[in-house]
Structure formats: structure tokens, C-alpha cells
Design a protein. Structure first.
Length: 594
């Protein structure tokens, strides 16, 4: 009879998984003999590994699944099924229930007597998964103290704002009733806890995605997607149907994309949810956009502008007419910057009108218009109508096409202040983009007052900030080769920042104020790199240099600042390479666009 293979040690598992080097393991074992601590706990305290890494290594040793607990994974109603005393005694935490099976986080998932006892208490089958004892204790105290009150959140969904579907076909087959599909499973709680967790964590979007193994739910925090929860297989259709019901969408239509919206009240404030569905090969994918005014920073001083850049931007905004552009990729905070500008400019003496797709936040003393291209309400058409409404200031959510660009420039030339966004990588690139849209150079040179290009970089979590030394190639990339050996700051990851090392974001801004010399360059369609050279002579920093400056100040790490400004660097490099192609713009007369 062959002997059972010996159980793998935690150090070996961390070594095999690449979390530790042999030298790090040897040093850790020496430290352990001195301190007497458990190896894993000691490595977490030293910041060598994260809590999630230790869980996966322990799970590998025990041959079970591992989990790092977070709010969205836990159905609070199951706590009462077991009782707080037994939860504390057995070092367990119920996660969720599917019909007659409860998935249970356990500090000792291999303990058969504990599993048998829990089966008798609950009357359900127990599916054990490994979680760290400290992690279980942390969430047990939170839920016992009522820090996450799901019932309060459910009652905050005002009946008039949420359509209730009592019986609706959601799928072909035996289970065609929504109530039947969610009977015996925590679908309603799961969806609402996902919403509550996302709102509390300051997420901007929730992604509900089908996969071959079930459903994957992620949420976007500080611009990056993170796993929120992974419900078991068989729940996807019911989750999608529940979200569609909340978003007032047709739950029977699965072949076409749909859009829905609803306003909820959570934690005492109004929050708009925008739901978008898209059929995929494995099922419908949903994205929920969370529009929470608590996350909207409209004071310009709070956005992250350097003092001299802020003063210059405010000087541009105070001009009585002209065109002001905010540029950057999707998700770089352009709309927030425009809202901050409107907050600075709004007053009872001014008529301010915006045209957006869609209106994200409602602002006092501002008339906001939604674009609806399905009925012909385009940016250009809305703009033409706005000009007959006696506006002082106009905000255009996005200049997408030639017609919108032409009307916006014409409005700026006829005595209106026009604020708009545009998709370009940097500030000088906005001029080339508008010229490519067949805006005449002499018109653009007269209309344009200034351009702000921006990015958002994640800021270091102060709860786990520490010193580090970037690799040499990173320093060279940042043009800081002479800073080798100088310490920088980064976050190592903790519970406060979901083990990411980052919490919150700050803006990086490149400002191009249109001076008489810049106007001359625009008028003769000067190439972008020539305009950049003039800005360089004036001491303007590029987005890349702004990002490095923020890293040097300790607000972010160097790698993050380089990541968010990489496109801008590539565009600058490309612009400096001589081209053999004919110039994009000549002095030949161009047909004006009406």
C-alpha cells in the first residue's frame, strides 16, 4: 500500500507560485525562528506578500478553494441562520446560499466535525472554502455590528422609482417566472449588495459578464476594474433579469442591445444608475454606470491643478467669448473639468446651456439638454437651436464631427463662450484635429482661447504607503536617470485600498493658452511639433512631465504616472519624425462648411 504524499508546506507553495524568491524564503524562515510568528502572517506584516497571495497558497496546500472576503460576497441574512455565537466559535462566515447548499468561508475547511455541525444547524449542505481567520473575524464583527445594512438599502429603493415585475417570462424552459428563478437563492440580495458595495467603495461602473464557468461581476474603482464577486453557475439569467427589472428594460428581449436607467436613494442621497445590456456568445453582458454626486468634485481647486496652471485656466474662462477645449481619452475626467468650469461661471446674470450625451449630473442654474440621435436630436442640431435661446455660455459634451465643430467655432466667433471636449492626446494636438475636421485656420485662430489636455492618475493609499526604489529602466523612461538610488513612494496594498496600493485619483493637466504667437501659428496651419516648441520655450510642462512631477511629490508612484501619460509621449515622438507625405493643410482655398 503506497503512502500518501506529504502535505506541501506554505513556504514551498509561495516559492512555486513565484510569490517568494529562494533568498526571501530563507530570510523569512530565519526571521520566523526569531519572532515565533506564523510564516504567512509575518510575510504580510512585512509587506512581502498580500493577503490574497497567502490565501491562494494555503488553499493550494490544503487542496481547497480560497477566498479573500469582501462585502459583495456575503449574504448578511445567513448570519442569523447560524447564529453569531456559532459563527465566532467555529471561525466561519456564510457567504451565499444556492438552493440547499451554503458556501461557507472557514479558517479550517478540512475540519469534518465542524462541517457536520454546521450542516445540522443550517439543514443545508456545506461547501467549505478557505479564508484567513483574521479576515473572517473582521467581517463577522462588521456584520454583527450592522455596518452593512442590506435591509435599509432595499427599503431605500423608492417604489415609484423602481418598476416591480411580479410575473414575467425571462427564459425558455421550465423556469419562466422571475419569482421562481430567484426562489431559494439570494438573487435580490446579491444584486443589491453588489450595488451597495460599489456605491460605498466609490465605483463608477459595475460589469456583469457571462463566462463558461458562470458569472463574473467586476467594478471599476479609480479607473481600474476589480473583481467584486463570482456567483456560482446557473445564476446568470436571474441576475440579468433582476438588473433589467430595476432598469425598466425588457427582460424578454435578449437578442438586441438595450439601455435603461433608474434613480435610487442610497445612504441618504440620490444616485442615478444607467444600465446597458449587450448580447454575447455566452449570454447577456450588463454594465451599470453609477452616477453619484458625492463623487463629483466641482470645485476647480479640488481637481489637482498646479497653482500657475489653475490661474491661467481661470483667466481663459473669464474671457467674454471664444472656444475653450478640454481634451483627453475616454474616462480621463473631461466632463468633470467642464462641470467645474461651469460652477465657476454660473450666476443669475448668465444664461448657460449645455448639450450632453447623456446628461450625467444635474447642476443648478444651468439648462441641460440630452442628445437623442435616434430622433434626430444631434449635437449639431441642438447647438443650432441653442443659439436661438439667447445663451451667454454653451457647453458641448463632445465635438464628434465636422458639423458640430463648425457650429461651435461659429458660436465662439459670434460672441458666445463655448466649452467643449475633444478626443486628442495632448493640447497642441487639438488644433490639428479641428483642422482635419475642415475648420478654416483663420477662423480657428480667431475663435480658440485655450486647450487643456488631461489624464487621471491613481494616488497612493496613505494607509500602506512605503518607500521603494524604481528600476533603472523606469528612471530612464521618466528622464530621471540621475535619480538612481533616490527613494520614491508607493502603496504595498491593504484592506483600505483592496490590496491595490492606490486610493483616489488626481488630475494631470497640460494647458495651452492661445497667445498672439500661437494664433499666428494656427493661422498658417503650422505643424503640431512647431506649436509644441513654442510652448516649451514658454516653460509649459507636457503631460509626461506633469506626471513625473506628481510622482516626485509623493502623491503617486513613478510607474503609474508613466502609464497614464504613455500615449502622449508616443504622439510627441511621432510628431518629431520628418514625414515624406504631403502636408495635411495647405494655403489653397477650402470650401467652407455651412
Amino acid at each position: 500500500m503506497s503512502k500518501a504524499s506529504p502535505r506541501k508546506r506554505i513556504g514551498e507553495a509561495l516559492l512555486e507560485g513565484g510569490a517568494l524568491s529562494p533568498d526571501q524564503l530563507d530570510q523569512a524562515l530565519r526571521d520566523q525562528r526569531t519572532s515565533g510568528q506564523k510564516l504567512g502572517e509575518m510575510l504580510i506584516e512585512q509587506g512581502v506578500i498580500s493577503q490574497g497571495t497567502l490565501v491562494q497558497a494555503l488553499a493550494s496546500c490544503l487542496g481547497v478553494k480560497g477566498v479573500t472576503l469582501r462585502h459583495g460576497l456575503i449574504d448578511p441574512s445567513l448570519m442569523t441562520l447560524i447564529g453569531e455565537e456559532d459563527v465566532a466559535r467555529y471561525k466561519v462566515l456564510p457567504l451565499f446560499r444556492v438552493r440547499d447548499t451554503i458556501t461557507m468561508a472557514m479558517a479550517e475547511p478540512q475540519s469534518l466535525p465542524t462541517i457536520d455541525r454546521l450542516r445540522k444547524i443550517t439543514g443545508c449542505k456545506i461547501r467549505p472554502v478557505l479564508a484567513l481567520e483574521a479576515n473572517i473575524e473582521e467581517f463577522r464583527k462588521k456584520y454583527a455590528a450592522g455596518d452593512v445594512d442590506v435591509d435599509a438599502f432595499l427599503t431605500s429603493l423608492v417604489e415609484s422609482d423602481v418598476e416591480v415585475v411580479e410575473s414575467e417570462a425571462v427564459d425558455e424552459g421550465p423556469a419562466t417566472n422571475l419569482d421562481q428563478m430567484i426562489d431559494g437563492s439570494p438573487i435580490i440580495n446579491l444584486v443589491n449588495v453588489a450595488l451597495l458595495t460599489s456605491i460605498k467603495d466609490g465605483a463608477s461602473d459595475i460589469h456583469i459578464e457571462p463566462s463558461s464557468r458562470g458569472t463574473r461581476i467586476r467594478y471599476r474603482i479609480d479607473g481600474m476594474l476589480r473583481d467584486l464577486m463570482k456567483p456560482p453557475p446557473g445564476m446568470h439569467s436571474a441576475i440579468v433579469s433582476r438588473v433589467k427589472v430595476i432598469g425598466r428594460m425588457d427582460i424578454a428581449e435578449k437578442r438586441l442591445p438595450q439601455e435603461g436607467r433608474v434613480r435610487i436613494v442610497a445612504e441618504g442621497r440620490d444616485i442615478d444608475l444607467r444600465v446597458s445590456s449587450m448580447p454575447t456568445l455566452l449570454g447577456e453582458k450588463l454594465v451599470i454606470r453609477i452616477l453619484d454626486k458625492a463623487n463629483l468634485h466641482v470645485r476647480m481647486e479640488d481637481l489637482g491643478f498646479r497653482t500657475d496652471t489653475l490661474e491661467a485656466f481661470q483667466r481663459i474662462l473669464k474671457q467674454p467669448h471664444g472656444l475653450v477645449l478640454v481634451t483627453g481619452p475616454t474616462g480621463s475626467g473631461k466632463t468633470t473639468t467642464l462641470y467645474s468650469a461651469l460652477d465657476l461661471l454660473r450666476s443669475p446674470e448668465r444664461n448657460i446651456v449645455t448639450v450632453e450625451d447623456p446628461v450625467e449630473y444635474q447642476l443648478e442654474m444651468i439648462n441641460q439638454i440630452n442628445v437623442q440621435e435616434s430622433i434626430g436630436m444631434t449635437f449639431a442640431r441642438a447647438l443650432r437651436s441653442i443659439l436661438r435661446q439667447d445663451p451667454d455660455i454653451i457647453m458641448v459634451g463632445e465635438i464628434r464631427d465636422q458639423e458640430t465643430a463648425a457650429v461651435a467655432v461659429q458660436a465662439a466667433l459670434t460672441g458666445h463662450l463655448v466649452l467643449a471636449t475633444l478626443h486628442t492626446n495632448d493640447a497642441p494636438g487639438a488644433i490639428a484635429r479641428l483642422l482635419d475636421m475642415h475648420i478654416e485656420p483663420y477662423l480657428l485662430s480667431s475663435a480658440l482661447n485655450g486647450v487643456v489636455a488631461q489624464r487621471l492618475c491613481r494616488t497612493i493609499c496613505e494607509s500602506c504607503a512605503t518607500k521603494y526604489y524604481p528600476d533603472n529602466f523606469v528612471l530612464v523612461d521618466a528622464d530621471l536617470a540621475d535619480s538612481a538610488g533616490k527613494p520614491f513612494r508607493k502603496g504595498v496594498g491593504c484592506a483600505q485600498c483592496h490590496n491595490s496600493g492606490f486610493k483616489g485619483r488626481a488630475g494631470l493637466y497640460e494647458l495651452m493658452e492661445v497667445t498672439p504667437r500661437i494664433r499666428q501659428l494656427i493661422h498658417r496651419s503650422a505643424p503640431t511639433h512647431e506649436i509644441r516648441s513654442v510652448l516649451r520655450e514658454r516653460g509649459n510642462l507636457t503631460l509626461r512631465e506633469e506626471g513625473v512631477a506628481v510622482a516626485l511629490s509623493g502623491r503617486t508612484n513613478l510607474e503609474e504616472s508613466l502609464r497614464v501619460t504613455r500615449n502622449e509621449e508616443l504622439e510627441i515622438d511621432a510628431a518629431t519624425v520628418p514625414s515624406t507625405a504631403p502636408p495635411a493643410h495647405t494655403d489653397e482655398p477650402r470650401r467652407e462648411v455651412a
